[in-house]
Ligand binder design. Structure first.
Ligand SMILES: Nc1ncnc2c1ncn2[C@@H]1O[C@H](COP(=O)(O)OP(=O)(O)O)[C@@H](O)[C@H]1O
Ligand SMILES: O=C(O)C1=C[C@@H](OP(=O)(O)O)[C@@H](O)[C@H](O)C1
Ligand SMILES: [Mg+2]
Length: 166
């Protein structure tokens, strides 16, 4: 989910593993020459199409198969079943799990919400996150691995490494 720490933890994990790090949101922005917020101005469906195109282009890159790559996706990538299938086929998919209270705490700044149009203009951040978590529960449950995202970044990275090595 947004705010769980995918971008932060993913970058640190990649550095530890000597792997390439890709933040899919940044790749979408480069590919389409627009910010996430700008892409959402044409509607969520348009953003999802851009997101799918960016994921496919990454997974189809020559040399991707067998490369050491850590990808932090956006939290909504799993809404499209085709993305779920492609990610499961391409690598190990990890769900970073965080209770809604902690998500609210991490997403309460204006900057965090400006980068995440789905959370803008909502009276209650908690209600919106609860609603999205309910809608996405089965998609998140389909991940191969689930890691507790509450501890400090370093501890989450270590837990990820242990889960991936098991
Ligand atoms: N383990 C953590 N403990 C405390 N704060 C964290 C942790 N992981 C990430 N954060 C903070 O939470 C916010 C959201 O993190 P981010 O990596 O952007 O999440 P995501 O990519 O899943 O939306 C950032 O301010 C980040 O510094
Ligand atoms: O969960 C979502 O639908 C989204 C998550 C965001 O990424 P983060 O999960 O990195 O915040 C970004 O892709 C977009 O705002 C939509
Ligand atoms: Mg992110």
């Amino acid at each position: 989910m947004m705010g769980a720490g995918k971008s932060t933890v993913g970058r640190a994990l990649a550095a530890d593993l000597g792997a390439t790090f890709v933040d899919l949101d940044r790749r979408i922005e480069r590919m389409f020459g627009a910010s996430i917020a700008e892409l959402f101005e044409d509607g969520e469906a348009y953003f999802r199409a851009c997101e799918r195109a960016a994921l496919c282009s990454l997974l189809d890159e020559p040399g991707f198969a067998g490369a050491r790559v850590v990808i932090a996706t956006g939290g909504g990538v799993v809404v499209d079943p085709a993305n779920r299938a492609d990610m499961a086929g391409a690598g190990r998919v990890v769900y970073l799990e965080l209770p809604v209270d902690a998500l609210v705490a991490r997403l309460s700044t204006d900057a965090a919400r400006a980068e995440r149009p789905l959370l803008e203009d909502r009276a209650s951040l908690r209600e919106r996150l609860d609603q999205l978590l309910r809608a996405r529960a089965s998609a998140y449950a389909s991940a191969e691995l689930r890691v507790d995202a509450r501890p400090p970044v370093r501890a989450v990275v270590e837990a990820l490494r242990a889960a991936l090595a098991a």
